[in-house]
Design a protein around this ligand. Structure first.
Ligand SMILES: [Zn+2]
Ligand SMILES: [Zn+2]
Length: 256
């Protein structure tokens, strides 16, 4: 902390200046010391997660390159899961750096149901860190967060996918586009439905509202489970002429 003293103070109390400075700086450290968003222990300055909590995050390292489903060790070189071999989704690839497991699931639940937007910032930071470390392929030209229905948006007050995407876009410089695809009818929350019901629930739920000006685009969501919602958005983008469609999400949950 850089403290500006008045001239009289400077002249009359020079020997106390260092003591005052260091005391104020120590008080500032105590008052504004950052705390871990998960365990609330004091963390390093400007860090949102303490080191032990960060170490507990489970990476999704070996996954299907199309749908991000974790693969068995003997999955072979193709890195495509059995589900995608049987029926390839309408998107081309996924980048999902974490598994939906403790303690990351707590941050996602707080962001989704707890009105805790700071969790969105931390999740965005985590995603971006993994993007720098683990991503080698060309980046998409735009990020498209999964749109929320109007009713759910009004109830929640924000869209968790946008909150996450905002931080990723800001750090990566990739444009954030929320004006290309809209949810044109209300749907039930996918997490409450079995796989077959999920497909019916989102069928025809999205529409293009602006001509697509990008060949390579990433749909961004918080968690991907069966990929049914993002697949339905990919259908709209593909019809609009997208050549490469990726799915980006912070975490991959197990299929039900
Ligand atoms: Zn912690
Ligand atoms: Zn797959």
């Amino acid at each position: 902390m850089d403290i500006q003293y008045s001239q009289p103070f400077e002249r009359c109390q020079p020997k106390w200046r260092g003591v005052v400075d260091s005391s104020l700086a120590a008080a500032a450290r105590v008052l504004w010391r950052s705390r871990c968003v998960l365990c609330h222990r004091p963390g390093a300055p400007s860090a949102d997660l303490c080191e032990p909590c960060e170490r507990d995050l489970l990476f999704n390292t070996d996954y299907c390159r199309i749908c991000a489903q974790p693969l068995a060790e003997n999955a072979g070189q193709s890195r495509v899961c059995g589900g995608c071999v049987r029926k390839q989704p309408l998107f081309d690839a996924s980048f999902v750096p974490y598994r939906y497991a403790y303690p990351l699931d707590r941050m996602i639940q707080r962001l989704k149901y707890g009105n805790d937007l700071s969790s969105g910032r931390v999740l965005g930071q985590c995603f971006y860190q993994r993007l720098i470390v683990a991503r080698t392929a060309r980046l998409p030209e735009a990020l498209l967060p999964v749109p929320l229905g109007i009713q759910r948006f009004r109830k929640r007050g924000y869209n968790q996918a946008i909150e996450l995407a905002r931080h990723v876009a800001k750090r990566s410089g990739i444009p954030l586009r929320m004006d290309i695809v809209a949810r044109i009818r209300e749907t039930q929350e996918q997490a409450s439905l079995p796989r077959e019901e999920r497909r019916k629930n989102v069928k025809g739920a999205f529409a293009l509202i602006k001509p697509l000006a990008y060949a390579h685009i990433a749909i961004l969501d918080d968690v991907v489970t069966t990929g049914t919602t993002v697949n339905e958005i990919a259908r709209v983008l593909r019809r609009a002429g997208a050549e490469t469609i990726e799915v980006w999400a912070i975490a991959r949950a197990g299929r039900r």
